[in-house]
Design a protein around this ligand. Structure first.
Ligand SMILES: [Zn+2]
Ligand SMILES: [Zn+2]
Length: 275
């Protein structure tokens, strides 16, 4: 069984993200037999970010200060463990050159070990409207017209495609996380999903089999048919628990291993760090 995970969250931002401290996550990871881990809290930064809070930022300096503090906290917590601990971020990617320039600056400032590419936002073309999928219902979503929603969902897939092409990321998170909110489950969206598959293949971009969906909706991310198509194209895959608490570490890993074994998936990915 895969004895590592590079996608997990801690409580460094306060109330929103993980439930446990870095120390607790590291101790539990060691206890269950992981030999190496990466802690990847959210990096959700955009000049037009609507929800200002401990976790979502529009202010560059404030964001960098907090990310640096998070990294330092995790590095300190990892001093007394035998397992290898890396510090990364699960980054909300945006395709505009404005966002890319700022993200490249953030990378230089904070010097994390690795970055996971993610898309948790719906957006318009110009990125003046951006809305977190998880907060959609809380805000006046009923006001979104069907036509606009189709456009935003189209941008969701384009966002993933552009995140792959950016080559910023070690791997891409939960390709179809939108299905948690019942979006894009219709075959109408299969062309877009194939576009993502083909882009992952041509960029040889690793992606994750995210096990957290099994608890939430009874299915992993991405769909099994997508994993089969990605297997045919020999795209590297990594299993992620996306743990937000100690009891989610390695959750459903046996099931994930079985799924990969059943389709004879050979190309497994693990980040390699050169320091
Ligand atoms: Zn995520
Ligand atoms: Zn995550």
């Amino acid at each position: 069984m895969q004895n590592f995970s590079y996608h997990m969250h801690t409580n460094n931002f306060g109330i929103f993200d993980g439930r446990n401290t870095p120390q607790e996550m590291i101790e539990e990871a060691e206890k269950i037999g992981f030999i190496k881990i990466g802690i990847s809290n959210h990096l959700a930064f955009h000049p037009n970010m609507p929800d200002q809070s401990q976790m979502f930022f529009s202010d560059f300096n404030k964001a960098c200060d907090i990310y640096k503090r998070v990294i330092e906290d995790i590095r300190t917590a990892s001093l007394n463990t035998k397992i290898d601990v890396k510090v990364g971020f699960e980054v909300d990617f945006f395709p505009s050159s404005e966002w890319r320039n700022l993200f490249e600056k953030i990378q230089k400032e904070i010097k994390a070990d690795y970055y996971i590419g993610a898309t948790h936002y719906l957006r318009d073309k110009t990125e003046s409207y951006i809305m977190n999928l998880y907060y959609l219902q809380k805000h006046h979503e009923l006001e979104i017209k069907d036509k606009d929603l189709t456009l935003y969902l189209n941008n969701y897939w384009d966002n993933i495609i552009e995140s792959i092409k950016s080559r910023y990321f070690n791997f891409i998170a939960h390709l179809d996380v939108c299905k948690l909110f019942n979006f894009c489950c219709d075959p109408f969206w299969n062309d877009k999903k194939f576009e993502v598959i083909e882009t992952l293949a041509s960029y040889k971009q690793p992606y994750e089999l995210n096990t957290s969906g099994w608890t939430k909706i009874g299915e992993q991310h991405p769909h099994t048919w997508m994993i089969k198509e990605l297997c045919k194209r020999n795209v590297p895959v990594i299993i992620s628990d996306d743990a937000h608490s100690v009891n989610m570490l390695a959750q459903h890993f046996e099931k994930a291993e079985k799924l990969l074994a059943d389709i004879n998936y050979k190309n497994r990915y693990c980040p390699i760090f050169n320091f």
